[in-house]
Structure formats: C-alpha cells, structure tokens
Design a protein. Structure first.
Length: 131
C-alpha cells in the first residue's frame, strides 16, 4: 500500500496518489519531492527494487524507474521550481512487481510510504507548500 491506499488487485498495482504543490509566496520557489518509507515488512534485502514507479507532473512523466536499495527516504525529483502564484499537480503510480524471487517475501507483508515536499533554501514566506 502507499499513502494510505490498499492494493486494487492481486498483481500489486495500487491506486495512484495525487497531490499538488502551490506557491503562495511572493517569489518563485524551489522544492524537491521524496517518498518516506514508513512501513516495509517485505523480507528481501532488495525489496524496494521490486517497486516500479511513475511520477507525472501536470500530466507529463517527470520521473520513473525502480527504487534502489533499502533507503527509508527516496528522492523522486529534486530542485523543481513553481512560479509565484502557480500550482503544480502530481500523480504517483506505484506497482509491486511480484516475480518468482519476490513471491515468498510478499506473502503477508506490507509497505507504506508518505509523500514529502520540501522547500529548498527559501524563507517560510516563499517555500512551496504541498496540498
């Protein structure tokens, strides 16, 4: 599961997570988007490598691939800019690829993560805000 949603089918596909980044400040704002793993009871050391992801920004794919290693924080995109007064919309799609190697490790296991948007080097009045 991701961001509080349950898998929609037995093949590991989850409902997409949607979120926005809105700049309510007085200047352009830089930010990054990360995935913070909060629960991972998959047994394989490379369990995150079984996740495929696509991140779309305003309908266009801006990041995709598989997660690397066992990191608790995964940077999806770094150093993006949202113009003053603008909003960007995102969709994150995750799929757990349950191949023969991962089949035993995924039985009864769970995965959960939180999407985190962090402003880069701005004051509080110009930082990007996730909504």
């Amino acid at each position: 599961k991701h961001d509080g949603t349950e898998p929609t089918s037995d093949d590991g596909i989850t409902d997409p997570a949607t979120f926005t980044v809105q700049n309510t400040g007085t200047d352009d704002a830089a930010y990054k988007v990360e995935l913070n793993v909060t629960t991972n009871t998959l047994n394989a050391a490379d369990s995150l490598a079984h996740f495929k992801y696509v991140l779309k920004e305003d309908g266009t794919s801006v990041a995709n691939g598989t997660f690397k290693g066992g990191a608790e924080t995964i940077e999806l995109i770094g150093n993006r800019t949202v113009l003053q007064g603008a909003t960007r919309s995102y969709v994150l799609e995750l799929e757990y690829v349950n191949d023969e190697d991962a089949a035993q490790d995924s039985i009864g296991a769970s995965f959960a993560a939180k999407i985190v948007v962090t402003g880069l080097g701005q004051s509080e009045t110009t930082a990007a805000q996730a909504g």
